[in-house]
Design a protein around this ligand. Structure first.
Ligand SMILES: [Zn+2]
Length: 329
């Protein structure tokens, strides 16, 4: 594997924002999205066990469900006034002490690669999640045909689907596995427990177990670098220290796979300053959210959100003093 020096987040963010505006990418039209969805190679099913596909230039993008997580609502925004949080949850249709959070995995087919963005929870995290392999099988996608696995970050619901039920063999044996150098350094350095929230300490052993097992297949990238032609790592740090979004561009059409940078359909968009318990660096995560929202509301690039309502495809619009997520499927 290769490693790279970590650079300042602000510097990287600036570089990446400039790179994006220089490229002047255009979002796919609603018609193209609809046509892609209806005529998609992998079929259509608007449920959390299904898949959704659309054409993006010469590529196809498919969102597969890994099932869902069940999380305490209070974890979604630690610093929010209780009443305001309840109102936001009601708007999201998620009343109650616990909420179901979808987990959407993106698959990109280019001319030469089949790229999986995140591997889901696997069998050892939550019984309601870890459904990726069965959904791939139902859709006719052979895990051995995946050529690149790209991780937005190393949390369990994104990484623990990497190994089989016995934590032995990789589920995607022919793929190189790509993550940011900062993310590799976070989980694999001896001081990880000083760098993540106390109530996330059990994540560290699982991340090390998975990454260690596939270390010969791992390649690290820095934000701003291409993963393959048409897919670029974009700095979106804060949720974790090395969190990246993945920009997909083909023939002037673009999608930004945002991972957990915007992780709730109401809270992240209307209240980007609220602090989800899962963010490792809360202030940096909030500034990343605000920079992303501002840019996405301006250029209308389509996004795929890992924890947005399945399939999590849509775009960002300004709304009142904040923003809203507008699904396109
Ligand atoms: Zn997540």
């Amino acid at each position: 594997m290769t490693t790279a020096n970590r650079t300042g987040g602000a510097e990287r963010r600036l570089v990446n924002a400039n790179a994006l505006s220089r490229r002047k990418v255009l979002a796919p039209s609603a018609a193209a999205l609809a046509a892609g969805a209806l005529g998609g190679t992998f079929g259509v099913a608007g449920t959390t066990t299904g898949t959704k596909s659309y054409a993006l230039g010469d590529f196809s993008v498919t969102v597969l469900s890994d099932g869902h997580l069940v999380v305490p609502s209070a974890f979604l925004a630690r610093n929010a006034p209780r009443l305001e949080l309840e109102q936001a949850m009601t708007i999201a249709g998620q009343g109650g002490e616990r909420v179901n959070t979808p987990t959407n995995i993106t698959l990109v087919r280019t001319k030469s690669d089949l790229i999986l963005i995140d591997t889901g929870s696997g069998p050892h995290f939550m019984p309601t999640a870890g459904k990726l392999l069965e959904n791939m099988e139902a859709t006719g996608i052979d895990p051995r045909s995946i050529t690149q696995v790209v991780y937005t970050h190393g949390h369990p619901d994104h990484l623990w689907g990497t190994l089989d039920d016995f934590d032995e063999e990789p589920n995607f044996p022919n793929a190189s596995h790509v993550l940011s150098a900062a993310e590799w350094n976070l989980w694999m350095s001896g001081d990880v427990l000083t760098r993540i929230p106390q109530d996330r300490h059990n994540f560290a052993a699982g991340a090390a177990r998975n990454l260690q097992r596939i270390k010969d297949k791992i390649r690290t990238v820095k934000p701003g670098e291409d993963i393959v032609s048409g897919l670029r790592a974009i700095d979106a740090a804060g949720h974790t220290q090395g969190h990246i979004a993945i920009e997909i561009v083909s023939r002037n059409e673009a999608t930004l796979v945002i991972g957990d940078a915007l992780a709730h359909p109401v809270i992240a968009f209307e209240h980007p300053d609220w602090r989800p318990a899962a963010d490792h660096e809360p202030e940096r995560a909030a500034s990343t959210r605000k920079a992303l929202l501002s840019r996405l509301a301006f250029d209308k690039t389509h996004i795929v959100g890992y924890h947005l309502p399945f399939p999590g495809i849509g775009f960002v619009e300004r709304s009142g003093t904040g923003y809203r997520f507008t699904p396109t499927t």
